[in-house]
Design a binder for this molecule. Structure first.
Ligand SMILES: O=C1C[C@@](O)(C(=O)O)C[C@@H](O)[C@@H]1O
Length: 712
């Protein structure tokens, strides 16, 4: 303000633009430059527009209510008007967009006040609300925003940036979703998300991807340009899916009627362009667009994988044998799409077999083909939907009826769930999925395409374990006929019997066999190797011709297929769970630095994993305390021998030290630990009583607090 007054508006703007230009040039790489809206005048906008051609420029959007609260302007119309104008301008200056979800602290408090006024106990209500994704504890308020933004940056710019803290280390995460078999995509219309307050976590269970259907281009209305408010709404939907679900997003715009002449469809293209700015993992492009229009969209796809989509609402007279089907596949491939999705309404059961033949025809193409999603729509096409191997579009009971808004159908009060589901299926939308993920899975197992498998938790004392209850519940929800049992044994010998069953699906290995079991494996993940302990055994049924163990995890595709087990792969997932808990509880003030310390109590298999989790998080000073000192020394020596600097990109190797006695003071030259993991079994093992260890309070005096977790 003072500068503007002193030099006048024109000179102030000129200087401001110069500063922006110099900053952009001098900090091209490895840097985040923040521009506030007020600092970008017309010439600054032109600068950014140019910069965005070669660099990521992110437009950050927030909801009007939070902006209103922040600026303390109470005139709603004024704010909406301002946002509408600035949104349109800033969208032209940027190539990416991040929607910053606000914590609903006020809404949660409002609900609490309301409940209290209704005579409810505030503390109890608070607990109930906590279960509904209400805001975290105050010191963790920015954690979710931080996580969301890092996830977004990683998706948008992962060619230039790799953040191991966001990587998923579960074995299957290394196989691209479109390369897995029998995956399901829950298909949810934007209009549904914006009109209901459903828990997203509930509808994504049993699915592998989230298809967000932007459904405001209906078939009768035209034209329908994308408003700034609608663009915000789409951004908000993508952001909340990303926050509440870990599965990838497929961004799909339902094309509606064409209205700008053949092959153009500006309203549709604008919505796809907007979606690509949000960096979804996948986005569809309708193949009815001209080659040029598809090419223009592909040119700005960034890291999103593009699914060329062709739906033939008027079923070709010879169905899948119509040359346009194969031509669409070849065209999408030639244009540079990453996948193709073709669908045709079924008019007889035979169409379900025809799509299978079509798939074989594509599979017979020479090597470089792209993945194909192909099925029939409508009630008669449900069989082909179940057998489609990639991204099968599915619905959920909570969504029943959402496609029926245009019809006069009403779900009768008191109708059973299946009756409701059936009613929902008489839908007015030809493309709407009619099968749930659970039903699709049931069909795969009952038609013998997949086999029921047996899973176990194997250890000396496993009756306490919650794993069977958790896994069996998950199988039921997913429509899988598997079972998960405990197998309590005094030696590893019993494992041979389990593995020799052709329906052996895999096993969790627990105390005291996590180290000993390595001798029975034929191949280990790099994490299990470094930790020196295995808690997950995966069967391998097909060995390559040279008899070696496939190192590309291709054996994971064999899951749910019975047959003799030829080898065992060992992995360790304990450290992943520990890392997740530590990261979730660590407040920004305790972000890991070279001076941070961690403490692990115990020296068994779980303690090994805890040390590894800390090393992976970049902790350089790790301490172990264990009842038997020699075992603690062995564990420390194990990690001090390894080159732990190669585990993470951050700085020097970690040092692992032992604290001999719980009466010892915390080593003076090190900070008190901000993370503590207790790995002492709470139950008795091998007849040994459970240790009754109490953490010395003098080790828990970190001035900034920290996280203590107990792994049982
Ligand atoms: O050691 C354990 C305990 C556990 O097996 C359980 O069910 O409690 C779960 C395993 O993944 C873990 O390695």
């Amino acid at each position: 303000m003072a500068h503007r007054k002193l030099f006048g508006v024109a000179e102030h703007q000129r200087r401001q633009t110069n500063v922006l230009r110099e900053t952009l040039i001098a900090n091209e790489k490895g840097c985040v430059i923040v521009c506030s809206p007020g600092s970008i005048e017309r010439s600054g906008q032109a600068l950014l527009r140019e910069y965005a051609k070669t660099h990521p420029v992110v437009h950050i959007v927030r909801d009007a209510k939070s902006i209103r609260n922040h600026l303390k302007i109470w005139d709603e119309e004024k704010i909406d008007h301002l946002l509408g104008i600035s949104g349109s301008i800033f969208r032209t200056c940027s190539n990416l967009e991040f929607y910053n979800l606000s914590e609903s602290r006020t809404s949660a408090n409002e609900s609490l006040d309301y409940l209290e006024s209704q005579g409810h106990n505030k503390a109890l209500s608070r607990n109930n609300l906590a279960g509904q994704a209400s805001p975290p504890t105050p010191f963790l308020t920015l954690k979710r925003a931080e996580r969301d933004f890092l996830k977004f940056l990683n998706l948008a710019t992962s060619k230039t940036m790799s953040d191991s803290s966001l990587e998923s280390f579960y074995p299957l995460a290394r196989v691209a979703t479109e390369a897995r078999t029998y995956t399901h995509a829950i298909s949810v219309p934007l209009s549904f998300l914006t009109s209901t307050s459903i828990e997203l976590e509930d509808i994504v269970s049993a699915t592998d991807a989230f298809e967000l259907v932007v459904d405001d281009l209906d078939r009768s209305r035209s034209p329908h340009p994308l408003s700034s408010a609608r663009a915000d709404q789409i951004g908000q939907a993508v952001a909340s899916i990303r926050r509440h679900a870990v599965i990838p997003i497929i961004y799909h715009v339902a094309i509606g009627t064409k209205n700008d002449g053949p092959g153009e469809h500006k309203d549709y293209v604008d919505r796809v362009l907007h979606g690509l700015r949000l960096a979804p993992e996948y986005a569809t492009i309708d193949l009815s667009l001209s080659d040029d229009a598809v090419a223009r969209l592909l040119a700005v796809k960034g890291n999103s994988k593009i699914i060329g989509n062709a739906f033939f609402p008027d079923r070709p007279s010879c169905g899948w044998d119509d040359p346009r089907c194969f031509a669409s596949y070849e065209r999408a491939m030639a244009l540079g799409c990453d996948l193709v999705k073709l669908s045709i309404p079924a008019n007889s059961i035979d169409d379900n077999f025809a799509v299978q033949r079509f798939r074989s025809q594509v599979a017979a193409l020479p090597s470089s083909r792209i993945p194909l999603v192909a099925y029939n729509t409508g009630r008669l096409g449900r069989m082909s939907v179940c057998f489609n191997p990639i991204f099968t579009p599915v619905t959920h009971q909570a969504l029943v009826g959402v496609y029926d808004r245009d019809t006069s159908q009403q779900v009768p009060e008191g109708a059973s769930r299946s009756a409701m589901l059936d009613l929902g299926r008489t839908t007015s939308n030809d493309e709407a999925p009619l099968v749930t993920a659970c039903e699709a899975n049931q069909a795969l197992y009952s038609s013998f395409i997949l086999d029921p498998m047996h899973f176990y938790i194997y250890g000396a004392s496993v009756n306490y374990s919650l794993s069977p209850a958790m896994h069996n519940a998950a199988y039921r929800i997913c429509g899988m006929p598997h079972d998960y049992k405990t197998s309590q044994a005094t030696s590893l010998k019993g494992l041979y019997d389990l593995v020799s069953d052709p329906n052996f699906g895999g096993a969790a290995i627990t105390q005291p066999y996590k180290i000993e079991v390595i001798a029975l494996t034929h191949s280990l993940s790099r994490h299990a190797k470094a930790i020196g302990a295995v808690n997950t055994l995966i069967p391998i049924r097909n060995l390559p011709p040279n008899g070696g163990i496939p190192d590309d995890l291709s054996f994971l595709q064999e899951r749910n297929h019975a047959g003799p087990v030829k080898a065992l792969y060992g992995d360790n997932t304990d450290w992943i769970g520990i890392r997740v808990c530590l990261r979730r509880g660590l407040s920004p003030v305790n972000a890991v630095r070279n001076s941070s310390s961690g403490l692990v109590i115990g020296a068994g298999g779980m303690a090994r994993a805890a040390v590894y989790a800390m090393i992976q998080m970049g902790v350089k000073n790790i301490f172990i305390h264990n009842r038997t000192f020699e075992n603690a020394e062995k564990l420390a020596a194990h990690y001090n021998r390894l080159d732990t600097s190669s585990f993470t990109p951050q700085g020097p190797a970690a040092t692992v030290r032992v604290i001999r006695s719980y009466t010892d003071a915390w080593p003076e030259e090190h900070r008190l630990p901000t993370m503590v993991v207790c790995c002492i079994p709470a139950n008795s093992i091998d007849g040994q009583p459970a240790a009754n260890f109490v953490l010395p309070s003098k080790w828990l005096k970190s001035p900034t607090g920290g996280v203590v977790i107990e792994v049982r």
